[in-house]
Write a protein that binds this ligand. Sequence first.
Ligand code: ADP
Ligand code: MG
Length: 684
Amino acid sequence: MELQLLKGVGPKTEEIFRRLGIHSAEELLFYFPTDYLLYPPLRAVSELREGETEAVYASLLGDARLFRGNGLVTLTVSAGDLSGRLFLRWFHSPFLKKRLRAGEGFVFYGRVSRFRGRLFMEQPKLFSREEYKKMQGVPEPVYPKSAGLSGQTIRKAVRAALLSFSENPSPLHAFDFVPETLRRRRDLPGLYESLSAVHCPGSEEEALLARERFSYEELLLFSLALLRRKRERSGERSRFLLTERGEAEHFLHSLPFSLTEGQREAIREIEGELSGGFVMNRLLQGDVGSGKTVVAFYALFLAASSGFQAAMMAPTELLARQHYEKLREILKKLSLPWEAALLTGSLSRGEKRELCRRIEEGELRLILGTHALFQEGIHYPALSLVVTDEQQRFGVLQRKAFSEKGSRPHILLLSATPIPRTLSLLLYQDMQVSRIPGRPAERLPVKNALIGAGERGKAWRFLAGECRKGRQAYIICPMIEDNGEPELQNVSEYQRKLRAFLPKDFRIEGLHGRMRAEEKERIMESFLRREIDILVSTTVVEVGVDVPNASVILIENAERFGLAQLHQLRGRVGRSSLQSYCILLDCKNSKKSRERLSVLVRSNDGFWIAEEDLRLRGPGELFGIRQSGALQFRFADIYRDKELWKEVSRDAAEILEEDPGLSEKRNEKLQKRLFDFEGAGEVL
Ligand code: ADP
Ligand code: MG
């Protein structure tokens, strides 16, 4: 059905929808909200909390007044109830003046702030008490922001679309790809019903129920795609037999430490597969600091000594460069004839062209880099192995197959995602898994502390003391510079404060993602060479960075980070036999944030932390459809939907068991949808 046939959708709105890829009323219904707004209960003025979005019923203490100046039209009025006073302000809304008369009462809904001791609400929404009552308890969908379309317009159009299909939903059948038997078995609501509940839920529960159906769909496609890929791959012959161990053995013997049992076992498994004649698809899992890099390098060396090319991809330029430098050092030390290359986005065009030529001519065997490794126009004539470091950062839905690069290289993924084992089995259904349990034995466990802002000075003195002993420290701030959120620490100001606090001879530098690549490199290198005592950084150092002499990390605004992320950050220390320390500074210091952060203080075990993280994500987060990090599905949440996923995965296996090609009539729509899903590269 055409969009223009919907009430309230004119040619202009239609055009914007078109640009979003929405061409019909049917498609519009699959434009899903990313979140819901729940109108909160009314509070008294004295109960309003700064920084929160709240609703208050108050009467106007005078007529609203209009000011014009500085290109702004400002409308202000004060209002109050028995408990206190509140100032309200709107910009560019002169039309409201008529309604805002002394003595009138309204519900004001907006973000509460404080300025010069007064409570403010800026640009609050305005409702009568009756209107507000009606909206309470009914979640309002929030759609992704897009230029030229207000949430209101989208909501109206979607509602009109729902209405137009209410009599006859048959045009939607084409989109209903879940086989009927499964829908019944899992008791999933029908498609029209679910769409209607996602867009206009009558209650929280309704929205949740509908979400479950779409999570099911999403996980079903994902599982089917993985299972199919696994089938396709099993027994796939490889033309790359990596059997020459000479230099790789050499490399192991040259290490200044002996391998842990876990590393040895992983190496055995990987080597067995690489020399076995079939294509390897393997995930290497191990907590931060367990020593995955050595294992990966061993595989790279096997490839190179066998006369082939191998590539290793890292999620950040910083990490790619670190691997590159390490590898170069090893090559030099072992006097190997091969050259390693670094390919990242910050190369100049000329440099890139030259590198590509040398890769294409097979001159370069070991190629490290960011995802720039796999952009258009780079051809690897003998790419036998691709290693992806910190795979979890690349996203579940972007598990890249490199078949288009050369002919089916072996794949090795490294991951520290501390996710529960049951989940990783589902998430990596298509992979073989090697695990490195524990860390090298000589390591002392990191000592942890959780402190409040009042103890910052003490923490700084502690860092200084460690530096005096010849160690180095990281301080992590969430922001790069001041952006008007005074409660968040930022790298640039922090350095100034720290310099003023510590004696002049302390060498303090800053690092963040907006610096130029050479600048970042220069700083990381001098940190590694111990020319910097304290590195004040954003989370650019979160993954992989390895400076064994750094023994303390202080994390500011720890309350702002997820547990998994904090665990990764903590992994920057404790990478040698030195006693290391992690200090979490909690600026919020609420009971909830303390409870959450104390999980980290109690344990250094990523898998245990993951389980606790799961337990602590209460139903409070049920509405957060959007997710942070790389475990990104649109509806499903791999933690919350763990049970659902197990069921889905059984269903997927059953479907393929009965109809491997999905060619039977009952699977017709599923086949088509899966084809699109795979084709869109959602699971690559
Ligand atoms: P991750 O698993 O987090 O990638 P790395 O591979 O970066 O960990 O290793 C962390 C540090 O431990 C590195 O400095 C590395 O040289 C060192 N390391 C690796 N294996 C061992 C070992 N068996 N004994 C001692 N140190 C090791
Ligand atoms: Mg690593």
